[in-house]
Write a protein that binds this ligand. Structure first.
Ligand code: PLP
Length: 468
């Protein structure tokens, strides 16, 4: 069995070996509580301080706050809470802070949901206003120009997780400055770390959340940057850790691991450069074009991260492409939230104005900056084989093949052979869909339940061969 090829780095990434070693060291030798005053605690405190200093340098945080959080979702809550509490106080003092919470239409749901949640809880009564994007997924600066004078807060991500679309942050800053807006500005930088240059203190950005697991640190560790002078309200109060800004004993294994990733970023040879990643993206794109003639790329390369490809293949649903890739051991995502049985169109691609077949049929392939040429060689070869399998599948009138079907948290397989189609352990909710596919393709379908070794004839009374 060929090894799995993981092309889903925007969802999460494998932990860097030096980060694993740092986490283990922090749990074994340096297990102390960094708030303890004895030597064991001081050793842990050194890891905490060193990681913060590194983070400060990598983010270009200047005199801003750099806090460790559990991830970007917490950083986003903290930023939104801080901004809305400040808006409430300024209003109580008679200031006009605007009446809108403006957020990019393609933001991660953590942003729009947090805005709605804290606006409701704090009773700020602001109106949520999505900021439209253009067909490349970039914010409509002409619309922002109109909205900026009324905005209490503006949220615009640095790069999109589904398409890799890179925002024009300089353009947004220019619009905010020109309008004289006093809006607090949050930039979700989750997909930017290690992929785009950061120099936060030299920008107008007030809040920038990050998530470790998107760049080879473990899950459950993140960073929140807060501009020097931007309002701050702690989300969590208690023992006074992080100078009282985020209480709770620190996730020292996560912080140590994140420190190792930041050290690798600073050292400069562990991760691929932008140009190297762009060359890898071009090779993957060429393999995809060979494999799936007619394939379309849902975001133009000139404005996207070189690590993200979002594609659609005419006539092939996102679900069927995912099944094909999964059966071939290529791990990718639907470009959208995808229930087990049916893929919902992507709200990100919908916001870009793409036709339904492209937003409903989208598949995202994403690599991390650790990728190397051998990995890209293997991925290209496997993608070409997927194209061959699709062309020769009995579903398109060809030869034997295998396809994975998933649903209700279970996986099953369909094996095609000479006019028959055998469903092995099909998830119950998928049986009707498989039967319809087989009928459309003129195949005889049998279902084989490997769990109880029974064979069940669905269509014509014939039985499936027994699989070893
Ligand atoms: N923002 C973006 C752009 C993301 O891609 C993600 C994760 O998918 C998040 C926020 C949330 O990050 P986390 O799950 O680490 O809190």
């Amino acid at each position: 069995m060929a090894p799995d090829l993981y092309l889903d780095a925007n969802a999460t990434s494998p932990v860097l070996p030096s980060a694993i070693a740092a986490a283990v060291e922090a749990m074994e030798a340096s297990f102390g509580n960094p708030s303890s005053s004895h030597a064991t605690g001081l050793r842990a405190k050194r890891i905490l301080d060193t990681t913060r200093v590194r983070a400060r340098r990598v983010l270009g945080a200047g005199p801003g706050r750099v806090l460790f959080t559990s991830g970007a979702t917490e950083g986003i809550q903290t930023a939104v809470l801080s901004a809305l509490v400040a808006v409430r106080e300024r209003r109580a003092a008679g200031e006009d802070c605007g009446d809108l919470l403006v957020y990019g239409a393609t933001e991660h749901k953590a942003v729009s949901e947090s805005l709605a949640h804290w606006n409701r809880l704090l009773g700020t009564g602001l109106a949520l206003q999505p900021l439209p994007v253009d067909p490349a997924g970039r914010h409509r600066l002409d619309v922002l120009r109109d909205l900026a004078p009324r905005a209490a807060m503006v949220c615009t991500m640095a790069a999109n997780n589904e398409t890799g679309a890179i925002s024009d942050l300089d353009g947004i800053a220019r619009v905010l400055r020109a309008s004289g807006s006093t809006a607090y500005w949050m930039v979700d930088c989750v997909q930017a770390l290690g992929k785009l240059p950061l120099d936060l203190a030299n920008t107008r950005i007030d809040y920038a959340p990050f998530s470790g697991h998107k760049l080879h640190a473990p899950k459950g560790i993140g960073i929140l940057y807060v501009r020097d002078g931007a309002p701050y309200t702690p989300l969590m109060i208690g023992g006074g850790q992080e100078d009282g800004q985020r209480s709770g004993t620190e996730n020292m294994a996560g912080i140590a691991a994140l420190g190792a990733v930041l050290a690798a970023l600073e050292e400069g040879t562990t991760f691929r450069t932008h140009a190297e990643l762009a060359a890898m993206r071009d090779r993957l794109a060429a393999a995809l074009r060979d494999a799936f003639p007619g394939i379309v790329f849902n975001a133009p390369f000139e404005h996207t991260l070189p690590t993200t490809l979002n594609v659609a293949v005419p006539g092939v649903s996102s679900k069927d492409l995912l099944d094909l890739f999964d059966a071939a051991g290529v791990r990718v995502s639907a470009g959208s939230a995808c229930s087990a049985a049916k893929a919902a169109p992507s709200y990100v691609l919908d916001a870009m104005g793409l036709p339904l077949w492209r937003s409903g049929g989208a598949v995202r392939l994403s690599i991390g900056p650790l990728a190397d040429d051998a990995f890209i060689d293997a991925a290209c070869a496997r993608l070409r084989r997927c194209g061959d399998a699709l062309r020769t599948s009995p579903l398109s009138g060809g030869n034997p093949g295998v396809m994975q079907v998933s649903g209700d948290g279970r996986h099953g397989w369909i094996v095609f052979d000479a006019g028959t189609c055998v469903a092995i352990d099909p998830p119950p909710g998928q049986v009707d869909r498989i039967a319809a596919l087989a009928r459309d393709a003129g195949l005889r379908l049998t279902e084989f339940d490997a769990a109880d070794r029974a064979t069940v004839a669905l269509d014509d009374g014939s039985h499936a061969p027994c699989m070893p």
